[in-house]
Design a protein around this ligand. Sequence first.
Ligand code: AMP
Length: 214
Amino acid sequence: MKIVMLGAPGAGKGTQAAMIAEKFGIPHISTGDIFRYNLKNGTELGKKAKEYMDQGLLVPDELTCEIVADRIFMDDCKNGYILDGFPRNISQGEYLTKVLREAGQKVDFAINVDVPDENIVVRMSGRRACPNCGATYHIVNIPPKKEGICDTCGSELIQRADDKAETVKKRLDVYHDATEPLIQFYKGLGVLYTVDGTKPMSEVFADITKILED
Ligand code: AMP
């Protein structure tokens, strides 16, 4: 089962992807997480990615595509995987189609988590993250037990540079220009499924599970 998650940044696709990965026992591959891991560990890739991420821009395809191509052919991906944050533009979509085709494979489901822009801005500016263990919170929807402190490791929570209001607006522009056309792209491949991402998290999850199990 090879799944691609589509949707604006902040639509909740990361949360859904993690839940689906757990339910179906497949790896959750998030390019954003891969970049953040590299950033935290001060790798060359992390340093290069940072300048784009902090501005809400896409990291260039040369840096992104190869990482994904390496990851999706690892042993743990034999029964499938869920891609979260990739592809992010048509050229990445075409690249993925090509490397899969060369291996006699294809994307089985492209799940579009649909949320209007107005909801996105509110959601993202409330996000908080733990710089130490990576846990994520939302000041309204998933608040930590003690304000500003990570439940898991006790570190002080931060607002990621790319979740600040200015950057969120930029990321939405980038989403509409570069990423949204992938909806038509996957429709054309006959694997597009859209769910209403404004519903409560558990209902969105139930809707996606139904699509995958039907
Ligand atoms: P995310 O956590 O998926 O919202 O990603 C955070 C940031 O990482 C994005 O705003 C981009 O700067 C970068 N990024 C993640 N995935 C990609 C991708 N497939 N192509 C280019 N940049 C990406």
